[in-house]
Design a binder for this molecule. Structure first.
Ligand SMILES: [Zn+2]
Length: 121
């Protein structure tokens, strides 16, 4: 795999911008070697995880449903959910998923009464 190809692929897989990938690799490994891409990916994933953990630490949102304390978790952070997830002290990960769902519904102009779910059907 060529250097440029690898940078593109690594950027797509980690969600880090190409320039960031380039910078991280140059600082850590120096000159690009085509046979080290496996090692590079492992390192980039670590960098990404650290970046996410930092975001979680600095954010600490309150649960929009319980107003309770939340704790950062990487559980729902991945290919589709590109933001760090959190767990509510009262409702657990359910609250994070509900917040994601409510955000999605809002974008589509749909309102759901969760306490009376039958009324929405
Ligand atoms: Zn909650």
């Amino acid at each position: 795999m060529s250097r440029d190809n690898f940078l593109q692929t690594a950027s797509k897989q980690t969600g880090l911008p190409v320039e960031e990938v380039q910078k991280l690799l140059r600082e850590k490994f120096g000159k690009f070697k085509a046979d080290c891409t496996g090692k590079y990916m492992v390192y980039l994933r670590q960098c990404k995880a650290q970046e996410m953990e930092k975001k979680i630490e600095t954010k600490e949102p309150k649960c929009p449903y319980h107003g309770a304390k939340t704790f950062g978790t990487m559980k729902w952070c991945g290919r589709w959910t590109k933001i760090p997830s959190w767990r509510c002290e009262v409702g657990g990960e359910r609250c994070f998923l509900r917040a994601k769902m409510d955000g999605f519904l809002e974008v589509h102009g749909i309102k759901i009464d969760w306490n009376n779910i039958d009324a929405n059907v």
